[in-house]
Design a protein around this ligand. Structure first.
Ligand code: NAG
Ligand code: NAG
Length: 490
């Protein structure tokens, strides 16, 4: 029976290919095997790596993580197609990925929110991006299948990128596919599932299971339910129009966090609330490693002020503590945090303050006096300055928060917009930050927060512990292992 021999023969080769793919990262080696009774040889080539299709929502905070991961994967020999907004073309091409444009932009929607509709952004900035994101993802998958018909594909999906959901809920598969490629869902924020034992998403309530709090959490959830349901209804309208056969259920975040075969959180368990129940699809991979500066990076003329200070011995009377303050790239109303921080610390000869404005060419209003101990810069890589910082003052964007953790820097956090109150609450829960519980906390609160972090060793100690916990999880290697688990040996 030649057929059955061949089947057995192919199966045997595949098993070997799988074993070898796990054992070696060498370039493909050919190994000839002679089967005892057939005399035939089996030429074994370890399995080719899958083609990665990365797709992220069109905003820096949503794209940055996938860019770091893609850069790493490309260095390991993967081919990456990266779907993103037009602003990211240069950075995507720089890492050697193929840029695929998702033309959906949203800047013109800022300020258009219906008054009173707190979840307007989820509907009209995120859910309304589904039709275009879906079309681009589908076209990209079809093109890869046409151009490279024998290659396996893996989707690296940023949870807010929105192109995938219609497929998951039954919309027609891209042409040339009999099943959806495996999906790693990369989440860029806190684990915001809806559950009675977790404070309801939004206000950043303290994680404290008193009977009163549990009752309060439930009553807030109940009150939010119609608004939450209206977002999912809006999402389902889009899914249905694109051919989905089943509706999504739960909250918008529940839906996003459940897309894909594995959902990865680039953080460690200590930086989240305990999971209320086992989540087999969820993996904590640890924070992404620090990004090395580009070799062509030109340090500004003030940079030696920072490095000279760092180089002073700890007991030198000239040594200053460095405070780094930012409001990230999305919510840059400097009166909230940057200006009051500069003012609050202006007379402190023992401190050096570096403020970054989060946009190239940005400036503070000319009415702001820059004190002698302060350096203001329009745009600066956090990973350059954080290794020198003693306190990180921030409005708690998730990406910046995790950079603080990966640099082992304790924080003073003040932000309530989008997911920021929840990031602040988790940082406080983990013991790595003072949470000022305000969008514009004012000078006195900021000064007290900075003094608190500098005055209590436990903040720095905890920051170092959390950095080590995250580094041990070895995010990029772990992600490679997840890719192997999903596509290896098939
Ligand atoms: C494997 O077999 C092919 C021909 O069947 C031969 O050309 C090649 O040299 C062999 N390789 C090894 C490593 O023996
Ligand atoms: C930094 O230290 C170097 C070497 O001691 C010195 O030449 C330089 O002037 C210092 N720069 C600043 C800005 O303090």
């Amino acid at each position: 029976m030649p057929g059955s021999t061949e089947m057995h023969f192919l199966g045997f080769c595949n098993v070997l290919a799988f074993l070898f793919s796990g054992l070696t990262s060498q370039p493909p080696r050919h190994i000839n095997l002679t089967l005892p009774d057939s005399g035939e040889t089996c030429k074994m080539v370890p399995k080719e790596k899958p083609i990665i299709v990365a797709t992220a929502f069109n905003a820096p905070g949503h794209t940055a993580g996938l860019l770091s991961i893609s850069e790493h994967l490309i260095k390991q020999g993967f081919t990456v197609y990266f779907i993103a907004g037009p602003d990211f073309k240069a950075s995507i091409e720089k890492i050697g990925a193929e840029f695929v444009e998702n033309p959906w932009v949203w800047a013109h929607l800022i300020g258009k929110a219906t008054p009173g509709d707190k979840l307007w952004n989820l509907k009209h900035i995120f859910a309304d991006s589904i039709p275009v994101a879906h079309r681009v993802l589908k076209e990209t998958l079809e093109r890869i299948r046409r151009e490279k018909p024998h290659r396996e594909v893996l989707i690296l999906h940023e949870s807010f990128s929105n192109g995938l959901a219609p497929f998951v809920y039954g919309a027609p598969l891209p042409e040339g596919y009999s099943s959806l490629p495996k999906v790693i869902n990369f989440h860029t924020s806190i684990y915001a599932i809806k559950h009675d034992s977790i404070p309801p998403f939004g206000p950043g309530l303290r994680y404290d299971h008193t009977p009163e709090n549990l009752a309060l959490w439930r009553s807030i959830s109940d009150a939010m339910e119609p608004a939450v349901a209206s977002v999912v209804q809006h999402l389902n309208d889009h899914l249905k129009a694109l051919g989905a056969t089943r509706p999504a259920t739960g909250s918008f975040f529940d839906v996003l966090l459940d897309l894909g075969d594995v959902t990865v959180l680039a953080t460690s368990p200590s930086l989240e609330y305990p999971l209320p129940e086992p989540k087999p699809k969820l993996r904590f991979i640890g924070g992404l490693p620090l990004k090395p500066l580009s070799p062509t990076f030109e340090f500004p003329s003030w940079w030696p002020t920072i490095t000279n200070n760092t180089a002073l011995p700890a007991d030198s009377p000239d040594k200053k503590k460095l405070v780094f303050v930012t409001q990230g790239t999305a919510h840059r109303n400097y009166i909230d945090l940057i200006i009051p921080t500069i003012n609050a610390l202006a007379n402190r000869a023992d401190l050096l303050v570096v403020a970054t404005l989060g946009a190239r060419g940005a400036e503070l209003p000319s009415s702001v006096t820059i004190p002698a101990n302060t350096i203001v810069v329009d745009y600066f890589p956090y990973d350059a300055v954080l290794p020198h910082a003693d306190v990180f003052v921030s409005n708690a964007g998730y990406g910046g928060f995790m950079q603080g953790v990966m640099n082992g820097v304790p924080m003073v956090l003040a932000g309530t917009l989008a997911d920021k109150a929840e990031v602040c609450a988790r940082a406080e829960y983990a013991g790595v930050a003072v949470n000022l519980r305000a969008q514009n906390p004012g000078e006195d609160a900021i000064r007290a927060g900075v003094e608190n972090v500098l005055g209590q060793r436990r903040f720095k100690e905890r920051a170092v512990e959390l950095k080590e916990e995250n580094e041990k999880l070895d995010s990029l290697k772990t992600l490679e292992r997840i890719i192997d688990e999903l596509v290896g040996g098939q």
